[in-house]
Design a protein around this ligand. Structure first.
Ligand SMILES: [Zn+2]
Length: 461
C-alpha cells in the first residue's frame, strides 16, 4: 500500500508537471536564421569545433518548421514576419502590429503584461527595427522610427535592450529627447554592459550599447570583445524581469544581425553570429534547468535570408568549413576598409592588397586560388583602386565595394557555402521548443500559430 501511494504520488507529480503552465517565457528570434544557416553552423560546430554536442537549440525535444509568407507576398519582410510572430496575424510587408487591413492588432507581450508578467524586449540591432517593434508598436511603415520609438516610451515594459534606437536621433543625427522621456517614465538608462555593475535591477531598465557599429552591436567576427552581446542582453533581461516579478515574465530576444550578414551573403560571419546567439539561448537554458516545469523556451526565425546552403555546383571539393576561421573581417568591414582606402587618395598597390587578402582571408597561403580567380581579383582591383570606376553593389543594409563583393564570393565558394539571394526567401524556418508546453509546437506550423501556442502554454489563450 505504501509503495502504491508512493508510485501514485510520483505519477500525479508527473501529470501536474506535464500540465504546468509556462510562467517564465523566453522567445528567441534569429532574424533571417533559416534551416541552412542552422545546419551549416552545426556542421562547423561538429567538424571544425569538434563539439561533442550539437547546437543547443537542436537538442531541444521539439524541432518543427514554420511557413513565413506574408499577406501580400510569398517572401515576407521582417515587419510582416515580426507581426505574425508577435500577434498571430498575417499582414502586408512593411507593416508593424497591424493586420492586412491596417487595423491595429495586439502583441502577445500585451496579453502577458495584462496577466501580470514582467515584460522584456531586446535585440542586437536597433530597438525600433521591425522585430522588436512588432512587440510594442503599431505602424503602417516599419521605417516610421519616431512613431515606433515613441511607443516604447509608453509601453510600460520592464526591460528594453538594443544597441540604439534610431528614433532617439533627429534627422541631423543628433540626440533628441527620447532617452530623457524614457527616464521620465522610470527607466534606468544604462549605456554599456560594464555599467550594469552598479545596477540594482530594481526599476525599469533600458540597456544601450556604448559603441554601436552602425545600427547594430557589431559582428562577433569583427568585435570578439568590447561589444554588447546577445548573451549580456539576455542575462540583464533575466535579472531585471526576475526581479520585477519573481513569479512570471516574458522575454523576447532578437538575434538581429544574423539577418544582416545573410543579406551580405557572408557565410563565416553568419556562423559566428549564430554561435553567439546560442550563448544567449544558453542563459535561458540554464534558467530553465533550475525551473524546468515552469519555463518555456521557443527559438525560431522570422524568415530565411539569402537561401544559404552548404554545398554548391562550383565547388567540387565539397567545401572546407575549416577555412571559416581564416576570415578576420566581415564583408561589411572589409568593404568599409576598401572604401576608406579609396577615400585616402593614396596609391594602393596590388602587392599591398595581396597581403591584406592573405592576412584577412588566407588567400594565396591557405586558400588556393585558381589562375582565373587571381585574374578576376586583379581585374577588379584595377577597376576599383587604380581606375576608380567600380560601382558599389547595393543590398538592403549596405552598398558594398565591388572588390569586396568578389573577394567574399570567392571565399564563400571555397567554404562551400552557396546563396540564392541577397534578400529574403520563402524557405521554411526552424522552430525549437523546450519546457512547459513545448509539445504544443510539434508539427508543420504557420508562423501565425506560434504566438497563440505560446499563450496557450502559459494558459492565457
Ligand atoms: Zn527579418
Amino acid at each position: 500500500m505504501k509503495r502504491f501511494s508512493l508510485i501514485f504520488s510520483a505519477v500525479m507529480l508527473c501529470v501536474i508537471a506535464a500540465m504546468a503552465e509556462a510562467k517564465y517565457v523566453f522567445y528567441f528570434i534569429g532574424d533571417g536564421m533559416g534551416m541552412g544557416h542552422v545546419n551549416t553552423t552545426e556542421m562547423y560546430n561538429r567538424t571544425v569545433l569538434q563539439s561533442a554536442d550539437p547546437l543547443l537549440m537542436m537538442t531541444f525535444p521539439v524541432a518543427s518548421q514554420a511557413r513565413t509568407y506574408s499577406a501580400n507576398s510569398p517572401v515576407t519582410d521582417s515587419a510582416a514576419a515580426g507581426t505574425a510572430l508577435s500577434t498571430g496575424h498575417k499582414t502586408r510587408n512593411g507593416m508593424i502590429g497591424e493586420n492586412a487591413d491596417s487595423v491595429a492588432v495586439e502583441s502577445i507581450a500585451r496579453n502577458f503584461q495584462r496577466a501580470g508578467y514582467a515584460i522584456g524586449v531586446a535585440s542586437t540591432v536597433a530597438g525600433d527595427d521591425a522585430t522588436p517593434a512588432a512587440f510594442y508598436a503599431h505602424a503602417h511603415a516599419r521605417y516610421d522610427k519616431y512613431n515606433i520609438a515613441n511607443q516604447a516610451i509608453t509601453s510600460g515594459y520592464d526591460f528594453f535592450a538594443a544597441p540604439l534606437w534610431r528614433g532617439a536621433k533627429d534627422d541631423q543625427g543628433n540626440d533628441n529627447d527620447w532617452t530623457d522621456r524614457m527616464r521620465s517614465q522610470g527607466y534606468n538608462v544604462v549605456v554599456g554592459n560594464e555599467n550594469l555593475i552598479d545596477c540594482h535591477f530594481d526599476s525599469k531598465l533600458l540597456l544601450l550599447s556604448a559603441n554601436p557599429q552602425g545600427d547594430q552591436v557589431g559582428y562577433t567576427l569583427d568585435f570578439p570583445d568590447n561589444r554588447l552581446t546577445a548573451e549580456q542582453i539576455t542575462t540583464a533581461g533575466l535579472r531585471r524581469l526576475h526581479n520585477a516579478n519573481p513569479e512570471r515574465f516574458f522575454l523576447m530576444v532578437e538575434g538581429g544581425n544574423i539577418d544582416w550578414c545573410a543579406h551580405a551573403n557572408d557565410g563565416a560571419t553568419v556562423i559566428k553570429e549564430i554561435l553567439d546567439f546560442q550563448k544567449a539561448i544558453r542563459v535561458a537554458y540554464d534558467f530553465y534547468m533550475q525551473h524546468p516545469d515552469e519555463s518555456l523556451i521557443v527559438v525560431t526565425a522570422d524568415h530565411d535570408t539569402g537561401g544559404m546552403a552548404f554545398g554548391r555546383y562550383d565547388n567540387e571539393k565539397k567545401g572546407r568549413l575549416q577555412l571559416v576561421d581564416l576570415q578576420r573581417m566581415s564583408k561589411d568591414r572589409f568593404s568599409d576598409y576598401c572604401k576608406a582606402r579609396l577615400s585616402q587618395n593614396e596609391t594602393f598597390t596590388w602587392e599591398e592588397m595581396q597581403q591584406v587578402l592573405s592576412d584577412n582571408f588566407g588567400f594565396f597561403t591557405h586558400v588556393n586560388l585558381s589562375q582565373d580567380d587571381i585574374a578576376k581579383l586583379r581585374e577588379s582591383f584595377d577597376l576599383t583602386f587604380t581606375r576608380r570606376e567600380a560601382v558599389d553593389q547595393k543590398t538592403l543594409y549596405n552598398a558594398f565595394n565591388q572588390f569586396a563583393v568578389i573577394v567574399l564570393d570567392i571565399f564563400n565558394r571555397e567554404l562551400g557555402i552557396g546563396w540564392t539571394s541577397s534578400n529574403h526567401t520563402a524557405n521554411f524556418v526552424p522552430v525549437y521548443a523546450i519546457g512547459a508546453g513545448a509539445d504544443l509546437f510539434r508539427g508543420s506550423l504557420n508562423n501565425t500559430e506560434i504566438p497563440g501556442l505560446i499563450l496557450r502554454a502559459a494558459d492565457l489563450d
